[in-house]
Design a protein around this ligand. Sequence first.
Ligand SMILES: [Zn+2]
Length: 341
Amino acid sequence: MSERRPSWRARVGAMVLALFAGACDRSQQPPPQPPAAVTPPSSVPVADSRIRVAVTVDDLPSHGDLPPGATRLQLHERMLSVFAEHGVQAYGFINGARAADGADQTASLAAWAAAGQPLGNHTFSHPRMAEIGLQAYLGEIDRNADVLRPLVPDERVWRVFRYPYLFEGTDAATTKAVREHLAAERYRIAEVTIDFFDWAYNGPFARCSALHDDAAIAALRDHYVRHAVAMLRWSDATARGIWGRPVSHILLLHVGGFGAEMIDPLLDAYERENVEWITLDDAMADPIYADVPVADGITQGTLLDLMIDVRKAPHPPVHVQPERLLASICAAPGADTRPKP
Ligand SMILES: [Zn+2]
């Protein structure tokens, strides 16, 4: 986790301050409401409470620990059938290196293609840019294109890029250099506006399943949905505050044991929140994605994180992401259970 969220300390600091001020906003409490001062432009109906959301799924074909007895293909088939039931386009982002891991992985990618769901580029091996350097990182993008090309007939579909760890650059120069490379290779960039750290639940779910700890699994289920809804509400309130109108959101999910288990209740919960599912193409047409901030130092996070961290946009109190809490669930004493994105 050390590479994600350079502003994490600042956010916790803000949260602690808010706690002392009596204004701490936790996921168990009612989420923040949109600031009263926001007045949508006249072209937008004031009562437009719909939340337009495109779904993206990272780390195909493999992410995280498998529950005992499960195959990757079973997880993918579960997710794909639920997406179909809900009429959801889910844009999958693949790491070609993992596709070569075995027949289970190959079949999983084939299942996405057979379901008619689009696939995009998430680099060949999900590297950390800060560790491998700019040139090797650009090579990772190009190498993954060789995996996508035979899988996806329409070039415009697979030339959509999602940054691993939402990490865009170690400094302004590398951030811009990657963007220039992507533009030269005719990629569109799939930013994120809703991220609830879904991936961090896969480890505890696998551990609790191995222990047959049904009470802990029930608690995980409850927490997952409530945190996902809290982050949806926070993201929408923050976006409406920043841009003064409803925006087209992009939700980040991952393929994983718990994600497959929870996809149906998650989509149900979002629909109860008045979410309208849109395609990623529709979402990316929103002008908010044409002006993504570049930090002087590390550029990393959702578009909302960048607006807050780089452009100092006002926002409701932040929610603490749960990876540390989750690391402690069904964990043997002394075991390294830190979730890995
Ligand atoms: Zn990823």
